[in-house]
Design a protein around this ligand. Structure first.
Ligand code: HAM
Length: 421
């Protein structure tokens, strides 16, 4: 058969063979967030393009090159290229700040970026995310980082397979002078910069620092530390000592500036040492103390993280972490002869109503074919219904592991299966 339609490049179907793994990590994520006091938020896939231009930033790669934008009437829309800006929009739109105190929100969302697809990099991908609003203290950064590392541990990824990279990029008070210093460094070495660093040097000089191509050159770029204002320095020092007290291992990475414009102070990524290849960031995040105000709200410190779900699954598989098997049904009902087919359907319905997972043939197949289906279904029990059983209002339950057979009355069937499973 020649295929007329295929999924778009960089977009993937999740098939039944692996959807249980998605359900598994999603349910671990929900439980984990709940344990840390987060509540779920869900936002639409479409927003105005301007929301991301104002937050992620017009000069960022995500907005300038990768965002899916389209026009309908007067409005320009974008498929969400990340999760943070929509949550900030919703936080403002629904006045969540009015409750006062700290708001902790979590989400699971698809997002869209028109990047060149490769291992671990897709055009539709999915993120686990959290955003914390109203917490300025480094305690919040420390709890967020230890929560992220604990999540990977809950999934069974050993600590030594990961590296938490941590940096600070200052605030609007101290960053301009640092940005100027990096720009001056770039100008002095302009001829040695790669094409894209040359192109963005004036608009976005800090991106120089995380360019993989220019790494040898930028090793000599000025570090941010002498430029930090007192408040940013104290915040970063407190965070580091909190992490040490909590036993959260990290490495200072003075190049970690991140590709989204909204960050202030803390930035971080968790990188997988094995299993991902070039796209090795499992998650990224940081503080964005100016964004709520930038989008029209009251001054509100905030921070968060986005964890790539596909990359998390790739790491789990590469490290051969034990994962759940696909769920199988409990019982398969087999009808011997046409008169038993209706009873088979009724019994299946009754067992399902009692909470069991049950399947049966829907094509009127022969008993032999039905037995084959029962064996292939992964069910523990086959429930056999022939003339003899029907006359006694009973069924023969066959254990498909041991081949043992037991005659059970239909009224007691669900209880019998439940106790023997
Ligand atoms: P981000 O670093 O752009 O941050 O994305 C977070 C994670 O999503 C990455 O570390 C990676 O695991 C995954 N990811 C990103 N792009 C792709 C892709 N094309 N294919 C597969 N996985 C991908 C953010 O999105 C921020 N909103 C995080 C944040 C939340 N910051 C504060 N709050």
């Amino acid at each position: 058969m020649e295929l007329k339609y295929r999924a778009l490049e960089g977009m993937h179907d999740v098939l039944p063979e692996s959807s249980h793994l998605w359900q598994y990590v999603e349910s671990r994520w929900r439980t984990h967030c709940h344990q840390y006091g987060y509540r779920e938020i869900r936002t639409p896939l479409l927003e105005t393009a301007e929301l991301f231009e104002r937050s992620v930033g017009e000069t960022s790669d995500i907005v300038s090159k990768e965002m899916y934008v389209f026009q309908r009437g007067e409005e320009r829309y974008a498929l969400k290229p990340e999760g943070t800006a929509p949550v900030v929009r919703a936080y403002l739109e629904h006045g969540l700040y009015a409750a006062g105190g700290v708001q902790k929100l979590y989400y699971i969302t698809p997002f869209f970026r028109g990047e060149r697809p490769q291992k671990g990099r897709y055009r539709q991908a999915h993120q686990f995310g959290v955003e914390i609003f109203g917490a300025a203290h480094p305690l919040a950064d420390a709890e967020l980082l230890s929560m992220v590392m604990a999540f990977f541990r809950v999934l069974g990824i050993p600590d030594d397979a990961l590296e938490l990279r941590l940096n600070t990029i200052g605030c609007p008070d101290c960053r301009p002078a640092y940005r100027e210093a990096v720009r001056a460094f770039g100008r002095a070495h302009f001829g040695q910069l790669c094409n894209s660093c040359q192109a963005r040097l004036e608009r976005n000089p800090l991106r120089l620092l995380d360019c993989k191509e220019c790494v040898a050159l930028t090793a000599a770029a000025p570090p941010i530390d002498p430029y930090l204002c007192d408040a940013c320095r104290t915040h970063f020092e407190s965070l580091q000592s909190l992490l040490k007290s909590l036993g959260v291992a990290y490495r200072r990475d003075a190049r970690l500036v991140r590709g989204l414009d909204y960050y202030t102070r803390t930035t971080f990524e968790v990188v997988a040492e094995r299993g991902l290849g070039a796209q090795n960031a499992l998650c990224g995040g940081g503080r964005y103390d100016g964004l709520v105000e930038e989008l029209g709200g009251p001054p509100t410190p905030a921070l968060g993280v986005g964890i790539g779900i596909e990359r998390t699954l790739l790491v789990l598989q590469a490290l051969q972490v034990p994962l759940p098997e696909p769920p199988s049904i409990d019982a398969y009902v087999v009808a011997f002869g046409d008169s038993a087919r209706l009873v088979a359907l009724q019994i299946a319905q009754r067992l399902r109503a009692a909470g069991l997972a049950v399947d049966l043939d829907l094509e009127g197949r022969s008993p032999k074919a039905q037995m084959r289906l029962a064996n292939r279904s992964g069910a523990r029990y086959a429930i056999l219904l022939g003339e003899t059983e029907l006359q006694q209002d009973a069924a023969t339950v066959k254990d498909l592991h041991t081949h043992e057979q037991t005659l059970v009355s239909q009224a007691e069937l669900s209880e019998w299966i439940r106790t023997h499973l």
